[in-house]
Design a protein around this ligand. Sequence first.
Ligand code: SF4
Length: 206
Amino acid sequence: MRDTRFPRLSRTSEPTASKPTVVSEPATSKPTASEPTASSRTLRLSGTVDDSIVDGPGIRFAIFAQGCARRCPGCHNPQALDVDGGRLVSIDDLWQRICANPLLTGITLSGGEPFEQPKPLLTLAGLARAHALTVWAYSGYRYEELLAGQPSAAARTLLLACDVLVDGPFVAALASFDLKWRGSSNQRIIDVAASQAHDTVILLNI
Ligand code: SF4
């Protein structure tokens, strides 16, 4: 959902060398109507950036979930919107790749819409936090929507597992390359734990 980092998004959405080489399912694997898109250990993935320096502080493993139902006008990552696009990957394989880089500060969940696949990403967020990696997430949903259980109760659980949420849809008219860690000025960089503690939105002090 961090839509303004054009070079990074194209890097994740095109078949370049930056794409994961470890894929647990064949690229042609598609869920059927009776199958879930992803289980708690399988994610439908658009792509990754293994050593991002633009998706939050430090060096981060950025995960771009495939699929987004929001359809914001001007979304310039349309290739990440199809819920049947991308490919299925194992959370275990993603975690192995994360562990292979001791320089990582944390992981970043983006998309597409990561909160529409909360269960596998919650698994990954739990692993990351248990190993002292911070968890950032970008979402087209607002903090208040996620906290209220939209688009699902599991999305709320994922929100509370994140250190930081950059919320709200990308708005092309409000876009600027001068904004740090966000694409358009309507988006907020929220300290999730502080917001929970004070029962109001607390922006990250950056
Ligand atoms: S939330 Fe909006 S801008 Fe972000 S991926 Fe979905 S449609 Fe595009």
